[in-house]
Design a protein around this ligand. Structure first.
Ligand SMILES: NC(=O)c1ccc[n+]([C@@H]2O[C@H](COP(=O)([O-])OP(=O)(O)OC[C@H]3O[C@@H](n4cnc5c(N)ncnc54)[C@H](OP(=O)(O)O)[C@@H]3O)[C@@H](O)[C@H]2O)c1
Length: 259
């Protein structure tokens, strides 16, 4: 399907690996020029080179913490009339809520609520004035279903969801949409838990870990960053202009609800 966004420009935050990279790749496949981001400049540079090579699009690399206002300014000035914004960031580490002090709570809220909101605030009026805008926020299935130890993540992302719910309706008539993608269990480094990125996982142990994680998923497998990215690219397409303010689980059926 032609997504109708060839030549558009996208900022994809936290996109050097995992779900962000999956979104960047699917947008690049649709012909979208990218601004990519991640803290590790070498990893970011490899990911950007891969997408340039595979899809022939322009890719600008902005290395740094997306929560840092200086990095945000660089992201925004790399794409002054940006058409598509994909908000993403690392999630907080798993921690018992009793261990969270004020600084940790504020950090979690800054990363997963304040940062995406600040970026949206910076781009939304320009999108509305130009009559096209697509904003996708990678949140989490934990907005719907609590996950032990990730309470801070759930709270910040649920806050973002509510924050944007009214804002999405306010810009719908300008062909600007805001939707949230809720990953369930996707096969990224995040699901490996804390590990040394330079040490490859033993294939047998990896297979067992993934089977364990997928046991309660109706699809009986973990999702891939590529299929997650394709859902994101569709939401950013011209075909999805009438779809806004929604929370879309990408979870192989893990979230159970008839509605
Ligand atoms: N995978 C899942 O099943 C799942 C489920 C629910 C929710 N989520 C959420 O989805 C988001 C993406 O997860 P993922 O699975 O794709 O994780 P991942 O594979 O670990 O990738 C995270 C990406 O974000 C970048 N990043 C992390 N912190 C950053 C920061 N402060 N500034 C800029 N870039 C940053 C990382 O690069 P650097 O480390 O080099 O910065 C990397 O490119 C996370 O918020 C996660 O909590 C994922």
């Amino acid at each position: 399907m032609d997504l109708g966004i060839r030549g558009r420009k996208a900022i994809v935050c936290a996109s050097s690996k995992g779900l962000g990279k999956g979104c960047a790749a699917a947008l690049a496949e649709a012909g979208v020029d990218l601004v990519m981001n991640g803290r590790d400049a070498a990893v970011l540079s490899r990911a950007a080179a891969e997408l340039r090579e595979r899809f022939g699009v322009d890719v600008i690399e902005i290395a740094g913490d997306v929560a840092d206002p200086t990095v945000q300014r660089k992201l925004l000035s790399a794409a002054p009339n940006v058409d598509i914004l994909v908000n993403n960031n690392g999630g907080p580490p798993r921690r018992d809520f009793r261990e969270l002090d004020r600084a940790a709570i504020l950090q979690g809220v800054t990363n997963n609520l304040v940062t995406p909101f600040e970026l949206i605030k910076a781009v939304i009026d320009g999108m509305a004035a130009r009559g096209f805008g697509r904003i996708v926020n990678i949140t989490s299935l934990s907005v719907y279903v609590p996950i032990e130890g990730l309470d801070l993540s759930s709270a910040a992302r649920a806050g973002l969801t509510s924050f944007l719910s009214g804002i999405a309706r306010g810009v719908a008539e300008k062909n600007v949409t805001i939707n949230n993608l809720l990953p369930g269990k996707l096969d990224t480094d995040r699901l490996r838990g804390p590990h040394d990125p330079n040490v490859p996982e033993d294939p047998e142990a990896a297979g067992q870990r993934k089977a364990r994680l997928a046991a309660d998923v109706p699809a009986k497998r973990l999702g891939t960053p590529e299929e997650f990215g394709q859902v994101c690219a569709f939401l950013c397409s011209i075909h999805a202009g009438y779809l806004t303010g929604q929370n879309i689980p990408v979870d192989g059926g893990l979230y159970v609800s008839a509605f």
